[in-house]
Design a binder for this molecule. Structure first.
Ligand code: SF4
Length: 506
């Protein structure tokens, strides 16, 4: 792909190549269009939103159930991805939608080829998306798709069908309710249908599997996974060359850690939360990662720099002012081994820095779940990170018990954790602890958890500030100066790393 500020699309050329002639593709050919960096990012973010929805729906509903399909269709339509398989390509926006599908897939390949974990996640979501889209195709469109992609799955003749009738009925149609005569059967080498062979769902003869039409998606999906997996491995090999482009490198890093929602840096509640409220809020409305950090801080009167970064920025997002933050950290630290002098020298600068009052005066944003989950894993003595991702399952179970989650609730949460759906496990925890069946949002950010919790618990009312009082006998009451937060804080990785360097004091 080449990138420039100017858009130079060449539809005729692409159309000639037949890339967008079918609404679905195997993404065998990389895009050759010129797009701007802004478009590059927008396309990637939209596909990421779609894939996150695919993940979330796949855990919330039975895959391919009516609700699953309806919600996925709505999300695709909302994000302008191709929805209707029979939409005419000419004279409509369908061409642009297919183009968006094509380019955005390749951009995320670049971002998600970097580690095994990212690759696995990307392949799984792309496969689920592909399965949904393939099953929406009419029979004729499926055949056309197979033909276009040189997938040699030939249907068997009626005469063969008759000859094998008994075997086909017994091996394939026990529960489908369709007669063999009404269905096409594909004859494929058995090694292309191992999943179906393994589950004894198909008739085998002379090294060939006879796949009923309803199951052809399994074969196509296998093929899709194999191709995508190889393509990601190849992309990973050429990644150093792509990353040497200084325009792309930060974008790709940001995308693989991307959070696609609100950044929670601008809080309506700034200055409306008192330090007195934090203990009770941590129990009622903090996500487990922050509740654990709060408990560790109260217990040890200290947090190492990873914990201070994660918790400090979260509290800032919750609404603490700079003065409150200074008072909060000071009051706790001096109860441990740090005296006033040491606190002023070693810690207060970094807190001021976090609020954009020192150094480059950048106003830092709270960490998203993806950042907490994927970067800076905690080591011995650390309390930061995401409990669903970084805790031993037994420890997590104990913690959930201590948080009064029911045994059946704990089982549900642990099942999601085992499936590596950490944010969904947290969302389930939210539902269990707030006594709601459906959280009604897709969790992406610890501060989003807090906001949604407060919305539920207070019925949408603003946080009510309690009377300000000296914290644990410390100094004068907090000064209620609202910090002047810039409207558009920077979120770049470079800036976050820069801040890290100010927090090295343990
Ligand atoms: S999923 Fe997000 S909010 Fe929940 S514990 Fe993990 S990092 Fe915190």
């Amino acid at each position: 792909m080449q990138f420039s500020r100017k858009i130079r699309l060449r539809p005729a050329e692409i159309e000639q190549e037949g890339l967008y002639g079918h609404c679905l593709q195997f993404y065998g050919q990389p895009p050759i269009q010129n797009i701007s960096l802004a478009q590059f990012e927008q396309l990637a973010v939209d596909r990421l939103k779609l894939l996150k929805t695919v993940e979330s729906l796949g855990v919330t509903f039975v895959k391919m159930s009516e609700q699953y399909q309806n919600k996925l269709r709505a999300e695709m339509a909302g994000l302008n991805f191709p929805v209707r398989a029979d939409a005419p390509l000419q004279g409509s926006t369908e061409y642009e939608k297919r183009q968006k599908d094509h380019i955005s897939h390749f951009i995320l390949r670049l971002a998600y080829c970097q580690t095994e974990e990212l690759r696995r996640w990307f392949i799984q979501q792309e496969m689920d998306l592909f399965r949904y889209r393939f099953t929406q195709l009419l029979s004729k469109q499926k055949s056309e798709f197979l033909h276009r992609n040189s997938l040699q799955y030939h249907t068997i003749e009626d005469a063969d069908k008759k000859a094998l009738m008994d075997k086909l009925v017994h091996s394939s149609y026990g529960s489908s309710g369709c007669s063999v005569e009404q269905q096409d059967f594909y004859k494929v080498p058995f090694q292309d249908a191992l999943d179906l062979v393994r589950s004894r769902k198909v008739f085998l003869k002379a090294g060939y599997a006879y796949i009923p039409h309803q199951d052809i998606v399994t074969i196509v999906l296998n093929d899709f996974r194999t191709r995508l997996s190889k393509a990601l491995a190849l992309t990973a090999r050429s990644l150093p060359a792509v990353q040497s482009d200084e325009r792309l490198q930060p974008l790709l890093t940001h995308l693989s850690h991307a959070y696609v929602g609100q950044d929670y840096s601008i809080q309506k509640s700034v200055g409306k939360v008192s330090l007195e409220q934090i203990d009770s809020l941590s129990v009622r409305s903090f996500p487990p990662c922050m509740r654990h950090l709060h408990e560790a801080l109260r217990e040890n009167h200290h947090l190492r720099h990873g914990g201070r970064m994660q918790y400090g920025l979260f509290l800032k997002g919750v609404g603490l002012t700079l003065d409150q933050a200074l008072q909060f950290w000071r009051s706790e630290f001096i109860r441990g081994k740090v005296d006033h002098d040491k606190f002023d020298k070693a810690y207060s600068y970094s807190i001021r820095h976090m609020f954009g009052k020192e150094g480059k005066r950048t106003d830092y944003t709270p960490y998203s779940c993806v950042k907490v989950i994927l970067s800076n894993a905690p080591s011995q003595g650390d309390h930061h990170g995401c409990p669903f991702r970084h805790s031993d399952p037994e420890l997590l179970k104990q913690r959930l018990q201590a948080y009064k989650v029911s045994p059946s609730g704990i089982t549900q949460v642990l099942e999601l954790v085992m499936g590596m759906h950490f944010q969904l496990a947290c969302q389930k925890y939210f539902e269990l602890t707030h006594n709601v069946e459906d959280a009604g949002f897709s969790l992406n950010h610890p501060n989003q958890y807090f906001v949604e919790s407060q919305r539920l618990l207070t019925g949408g009312r603003e946080l009510k500030r309690e009377a300000e009082a000296p914290q644990r006998g410390q100094g004068p009451p907090a000064v209620k100066a609202a910090s002047a937060l810039p409207e558009h804080p920077s979120t770049s990785t470079e800036v976050a790393e820069d801040l890290d360097s100010f927090f090295q004091e343990d």
